[in-house]
Design a protein around this ligand. Structure first.
Ligand code: HEC
Length: 125
């Protein structure tokens, strides 16, 4: 009986491990969503400091998304889209630094389109 319980515990632990490795953190995506919204309004308000902070945060979060899909494997398209999002966020930091809010807006629009492209292919439901 004890052995059965132990076996059960082990298999539960294993499936939990597999689950977390296969699923992208919803919390991470929620943070990306919030930060992306904040970035858009900060660019619209020409708030240099806040827009820079948001864009830098997005760069880091998309680096995590890139790593996730890279490790997951068989998701080259997602890795590329995450990398593209990371690069767009970096570009925004650069545009905002020289007060080029027009180019920052264009890059932010492209970034939001990239979210949707990835969701179309990789987000279930
Ligand atoms: C490289 C692919 C990729 C990119 C780029 C991407 N996402 Fe996602 N996103 C996903 C996947 C996959 C899920 C589903 C995660 C899950 O349910 O486990 C998701 C889920 C979400 C969710 C739902 C979370 C929930 O509560 O269920 C939101 C909101 C979201 N993404 C926002 C964004 C925004 C905003 C951007 C762009 C700024 C973005 N995502 C860019 C892949 C991506």
């Amino acid at each position: 009986m004890r052995k059965v319980i132990l076996l059960f515990a082990v298999s539960m632990a294993l499936s939990a491990g597999v689950r977390s490795a296969e699923e992208l953190s919803v919390d991470l995506m929620q943070s990306i969503e919030d930060t992306n919204k904040s970035l858009s309004s900060n660019i619209a308000l020409s708030n240099k400091q806040a827009a820079t902070a948001d864009a830098k945060e997005l760069t880091q979060m998309f680096a995590q998304v890139e790593t996730f899909f890279d490790h997951k494997g068989d998701a080259k398209n997602a890795v590329d889209l995450a990398r593209q999002s990371k690069e767009l966020s970096t570009d925004i930091v650069g545009f905002v630094a020289v007060n080029n809010f027009e180019s920052a807006t264009t890059a932010a629009t492209t970034l939001s389109r990239t979210c949707r492209t990835c969701h179309t292919f990789y987000k279930k439901e």
